[in-house]
Design a binder for this molecule. Structure first.
Ligand code: B3K
Ligand code: ZN
Length: 854
């Protein structure tokens, strides 16, 4: 291990202490210059406890002057050490003024104040503000901000309401006390696509989506999504917007999706810009969802923030839950639930079952940016859904109203959140809290006992496997939604929520005329793995008859997974499964988007998980071959029906991104994916030539890549879109995600040498690296070349942008699942990273945790 690496000392939840000073007001003045931006900060403090004034300060901040109440303290009264500035502060109230200089042009980490295409922008969550100016950079120190920006650039933005907008200078005032992580500043040559919104109390809010000149025609959907979000939060949660303006800025270099800075959201341009020619249906849906997410943070995150970063799920889990509800209301609830469960299982279950597992509320971290995870976000959202299920819709509404009333203006904790539910509903949530403190995915086993005379007993047992640092897992409360269906397909017991609180527990149903089929874990009522003995015909029955669309889809998914696992072990495609697919395709009443989800085979990674779960070693190549074979078999068995579906679901007229047309396209493209195996890419070629929208065009292109016939299409695609960055990202990504596994690493090496592989741009890097790691058999190539390639690029990226490097390293999280040879190669790649000099705190924490899996 290298001695010069940054502090590896963990921050621990139980060490939390309130800040000994109040901060009444923050005044900032920026003189923007790409290489030497000057920042003057005037902070009005008041002592409320003993101790020195400790401020956070990043390495790159050149502190030029410091004064307290106008006087410069002498050298013995302050010191700068590592990332802190410690000052002997007086009692009572005082004003600290600092002046410093930073170099935004040298900031490639996209954290703090940086430049993206000549535009100044910021990202301060979690701890970026300290790279701008010395400050108590922690979420429980909140103050109203007044910000002056001086620059020649035409558009100068910050949080809150505009006070002065003059040439060369602007002043912004944010009256709502906020922590530093919500600060934002943007300056550049930008154009606004504008609208307005009148709130429920009649206040008019000006809305602007700021983009680079020329991008205006692609910003309309973001604006419409914002208006829908504002209306929805009033209608569903009674939450009204609280400033005169709401600005969103699209930025090309951004470490994640978007950021909820008060009144000035900053977005990755990928989540703002859309036109039918450049964005897919999935992009449109995501734009709407993320615009909603960031907007909803205005209450769940900004008005009520987190006491410390351990409480991150307080704002993220809740806001994800709210954005899921929003999308569900704007589109199809059934489809949205399945999509969310798919995402949860592929990212969060994988995390929970590997070396990076951590509780929804972690208790220690080295680098907080490594904890913006699927567990905190997506599992965090599932916990809110379970709470709602346990207390009911009415209880949930009461609890949320109490939360907003009681904690508005606070930096709150999970304890505060749970107390609100207890006070509003009278329910004891002591056991529920384990969901926040204990990591791991519970495995729920269900056994059925039919007594022959009308009584059905369901016996459940729960068990949560050990996770790093946590061995004992006491039972948790698990809401299990079940329904009973009679053999003729009638629902005899509608959805009932069973509350399991013990390690083992049984529930009985009496007075049943015949033995019913149990539809269990309806709506995915808890984030658990459900194990039950149900044969293929039982699953096929549920796929045909279940009234709960999640459970119906799940039955088909299980059937497909079981078939694939058996095929990897040498079996032929299961007739029962092929028959069930035929029945499904014949269901004229089904929603096309739902059918499309049912038709999509489980991805290779999911099959690998199922094999590992049965204590076998997954072979990525055999998995790939089995999946291809099953797809081909489905296509040959149902070719005529699939052709009819393909024809009938063509959407006529001008492209529209609404859920209904998107659903038809997704069914049509799911059919194309299968037909592609029997027509050698013919339909895909035709569609590629005739498509007038990116959804169909990119799907056709990926099908051509999969059958190795994409040379021409790839050339024309590149020619058509080489000036549209976001589409070039797709061009990189698709070539890798759909490459034949044996070609994937070679393609990745070629693409990494392409002149457009501008790897310092986070989106471009993610497109290439993420495209490869998405290709399961390609990334897990037996010779370890996928691991070597990833390690090489993580090291290169780490010195430029540690957050991106650390995030992409999670592709290694399942490395111990594979055979010895692959494990040796992955281990060697991880060790190479750990041995490198000057590793960032971000990457070193990740790789150390990954390496401990051995
Ligand atoms: N709160 C931000 C995420 C910040 C990530 C910092 N590494 C976006 C969001 O969740 O809405
Ligand atoms: Zn968020």
């Amino acid at each position: 291990m290298n001695e010069s690496r940054p502090s590896q000392t963990p921050t621990v939840l139980s060490d939390y202490r309130p800040y000994p000073f109040l901060l009444h007001r923050t005044r900032l003045a920026f003189d923007l210059d790409p290489k030497a931006t000057k920042i003057r900060a005037e902070l009005e403090f008041e002592r409320r406890d003993n101790g020195s004034l400790v401020l956070d300060i990043g390495q790159g901040v050149d502190l030029r002057s410091l004064s307290i109440d106008g006087a410069q303290p002498d050298a013995s009264q302050w010191r700068r050490e590592g990332e802190t500035l410690t000052i002997d502060a007086p009692n009572g109230a005082f004003t600290l003024i600092t002046e410093c200089v930073i170099d935004p042009s040298a900031n490639t980490a996209c954290e703090g104040l940086y430049l993206s295409n000549g535009m100044f922008c910021t990202q301060c969550e979690a701890e970026g503000f300290r790279h701008i100016t010395p400050y108590p950079d922690r979420p429980d120190v909140m103050a109203p901000f007044e910000v002056t920006i001086r620059s020649d650039l035409p558009v100068l933005l910050s949080n809150g309401n505009p006070v002065t907008q003059a040439e060369g200078h602007a002043v912004w005032n944010d009256p709502w006390p906020k922590p530093a992580y919500l600060f934002a500043l943007v300056a550049g040559d930008l154009r606004a696509v504008s609208g307005d919104f009148t709130t429920q109390s009649g206040k008019q809010v000006d809305l602007n989506i700021w983009v680079r000149p020329g991008d205006e025609p692609r910003a309309g959907y973001a604006l419409e999504s914002l208006i829908r979000s504002m209306k929805w939060d009033e209608d569903v949660y009674g939450r009204e917007y609280d400033l005169d303006v709401f600005n969103i800025v699209a930025v090309d270099d951004f470490n994640m999706g978007a950021m909820e800075n008060k009144g000035l959201n900053i977005f990755n341009s990928k989540l703002v810009l859309a036109s039918p020619e450049t964005a897919t249906d999935a992009d449109y849906e995501r734009i709407e969802g993320v615009i909603g997410h960031e907007y909803f943070h205005n209450w769940t995150g900004n008005r009520i923030t987190c006491r410390d970063w351990f409480q991150l799920c307080l704002k993220e889990g809740l806001t994800v839950f709210r954005d899921q509800q929003f999308t569900s209301d704007m589109r199809s609830p059934a489809v949205k639930r399945i999509e969310d469960v798919l995402a949860l299982r592929s990212r969060q279950f994988r995390e929970d079952q590997g070396p990076l597992a951590h509780p929804v509320r972690p208790e220690s971290y080295i680098e907080i940016n490594n904890f913006y995870t699927a567990t905190v976000y997506e599992k965090g959202a599932e916990l809110i859904g379970m709470l709602k299920r346990l207390v009911g819709d009415d209880g949930y509404r009461k609890a949320l109203n109490l939360y907003f009333d009681r904690h508005d203006g606070d930096a709150a904790t999970i304890e505060d959140w749970l107390t609100v539910f207890e006070d509003a509903t009278g329910r004891d949530l002591t056991q529920f809290k384990r969901w926040y403190t204990d990591a791991g995915t519970p495995v729920l086993t269900m056994q059925e006992d039919w007594d022959g005379t009308g009584r059905l007993t369901l016996r459940f047992s729960q068990q949560t496997p050990p996770t790093p640092g946590q061995t004992d897992k006491p039972p948790r409360v698990i809401p299990i939604a079940v329904g009973l269906i009679s053999p003729n397909g009638d629902e005899v017991v509608p959805t009932t929520v069973l509350e399991m609180t013990a390690a083992e527990q049984e529930f009985t149903f009496d007075g049943l005329a015949t033995r019913p089929v149990v539809s269990a874990l309806r709506g995915f009522s808890a984030p658990v793995v459900l194990k039950r003995n149900l044969d293929a015909s039982g699953r096929a029955f549920l796929l045909a008859h279940d009234t709960d669309s999640f459970a119906r889809w799940e039955a088909g998914r299980q059937l497909a997974r079981d078939t694939l696992v058996a095929m990897v072990a040498g079996a032929e495609p299961d007739r029962e499964y092929l028959g069930a697919v035929g029945q499904l395709l014949a269901d004229g009443a089904a929603d096309p988007a739902f059918l499309a989800l049912c038709l999509r085979l489980p991805p290779e990674e999911e099959i690998a998980v199922a094999i590992a779960d049965a204590d076998d070693i997954p072979d990525p190549d055999a998995i790939h071959a089995a999946r291809e074979k099953l797809a081909t078999q489905i296509a040959t068995t149902h070719e005529d029906t699939l052709r009819a579906i393909y024809r009938e679901n063509a959407v006529a007229g001008t492209y529209r991104p609404d859920a209904e047309s998107a659903g038809k396209r997704s069914l049509r493209l799911a059919a194309l994916d299968l037909l592609n195996r029997v027509d050698g890419g013919k339909a895909a070629q035709d569609l590629y030539r005739s498509a007038d929208n990116m959804t169909e065009r990119s799907a056709a292109l990926s099908r051509l890549i999969a059958v190795g016939q994409a040379d021409e299409a790839l050339t024309s695609f590149y020619k058509d879109f080489k000036d549209v960055r976001l589409v070039v990202d797709k061009w990189f990504m698709l070539q890798l995600a759909f490459a034949r596994p044996e070609d994937a690493v070679a393609v990745a090496r070629d693409l990494a040498a392409h002149p457009d592989f501008d790897w310092k741009n986070p989106n471009r890097f993610r497109a290439l690296i993420g495209g490869l790691t998405e290709n399961h058999a390609g990334f897990h190539a037996a010779d370890g070349s996928g691991y070597d390639f990833l390690a090489e690029w993580l090291l290169r990226m780490d010195s430029v942008n540690p957050q991106i490097a650390a995030r992409m390293s999670s592709a290694f999280e399942s490395w111990t699942r594979y055979d010895n040879l692959r494990q040796e190669r992955a281990k060697a790649a991880l060790d190479r990273i750990l041995d490198a000099p000057d590793l960032s705190r971000n990457l070193s924490e990740m790789v150390t945790r990954l390496r401990e899996a051995a």
